[in-house]
Design a protein around this ligand. Structure first.
Ligand code: PMP
Length: 292
């Protein structure tokens, strides 16, 4: 037996977990999702992920069949059914089955599924030595066209960027917004450190408001580190003392090179190392997640 998948009110074996070819999630990328982690029997920041999911649904006028409270139970129960206390969880809500036109009014019922699987961790070597980054030519979607704040199934913008990063043979690609300000990486938020101040781009630059981003800002403030949400450019990255990315899967990961320029000393900086450890300690002892 494979994984047990939650699909529209039932738990089914992964072999039977199928969505229709007429589902607008498949035909148009019309839907939303969350990537969530469980640590030591607790689903980390589940409330925040569910909140972001329902805010996305509200924005794209998507009716989710489950209430937020039911969705909490969907996620915890999916972990339980698969005997997972540490997991990577993918929660997806699509527009559901419709006709071949793109009109969502033709999709009477959305589709919800949840996958809980074991997590493939990034090699520890990347946390000790740091990633190389490069700016990609693809610009981040403008908010007025396809708002990056909505974690939609329409990830082609990010995939273009990932392809460019792969071709450039770097660990991650950095997307600028249409004005040339640094927005985020393909699947992670970005931070720099300048003269002891932690800086990350503001949400309005056009980015996904990461759960990890918000948590790391809080951890830094708790340490007395000044945190600013300010616009910055490629040059600010070239001349930064430190740089790192944040995301549910990667957690806090240092970056030491950007567009061929060495950042700071070329090694993960002191504030970065502190926050990597603080975040690891926090996820272990958070106690504010949802019990599996
Ligand atoms: N930006 C993008 C584009 C992402 O896909 C992700 C991953 N969900 C993030 C940032 C980081 O968000 P989080 O910390 O909530 O995982």
């Amino acid at each position: 037996m494979g994984l047990m998948i939650y699909l529209d009110g039932k738990f089914v074996d992964e072999e039977e977990a199928k969505v229709s070819v007429f589902d607008h999630g498949v035909l148009y990328g019309d839907g939303i999702f969350e990537g969530i982690r469980a640590y030591h029997g607790q689903v980390f920041k589940l409330k925040e992920h569910i909140e972001r999911l329902y805010q996305g649904a509200q924005t794209i006028l998507l009716d989710i069949n489950e209430t937020p409270d039911e969705m909490v139970r969907v996620v915890t129960e999916t972990c339980r059914r698969n005997n997972l206390s540490d997991a990577y969880i993918r929660l997806v809500v699509t527009r559901g089955k419709g006709d071949l036109g793109l009109d969502p009014r033709k999709c009477p019922k959305s589709t919800t599924f949840c996958i809980a699987s074991s997590i493939t961790l990034y090699p520890e070597e990347l946390y000790t030595n740091g990633l190389a980054l490069a700016t990609v030519a693809t610009r981040r979607n403008i908010a007025e066209a396809c708002n990056p704040r909505v974690k939609s199934l329409n990830y082609l913008n990010n995939i273009y960027a990932k392809i460019e990063a792969n071709l450039a043979d770097v660990g991650e690609g950095i997307l600028l917004n249409n004005e040339g300000y640094v927005a985020e990486a393909t699947g992670d938020n970005i931070f720099i450190v300048r003269k002891g101040v932690l800086i990350t781009p503001p949400i309005y630059v056009g980015l996904l408001e990461g759960v990890t981003r918000n948590c790391v800002m809080e951890l830094a403030r708790k340490r007395g580190i000044e945190v600013k949400e300010t616009l910055f450019t490629r040059m600010d990255m070239y001349t930064a003392d430190e740089c790192f990315l944040t995301g549910t899967a990667a957690e806090v990961i240092p970056a030491v090179k950007y567009d061929g320029r060495v950042i700071g000393t070329g090694k993960p900086g002191e504030i970065t190392k502190t926050l990597i450890q603080d975040y690891r300690d926090y996820v272990k002892n958070a106690g504010d997640g949802a019990e599996i």
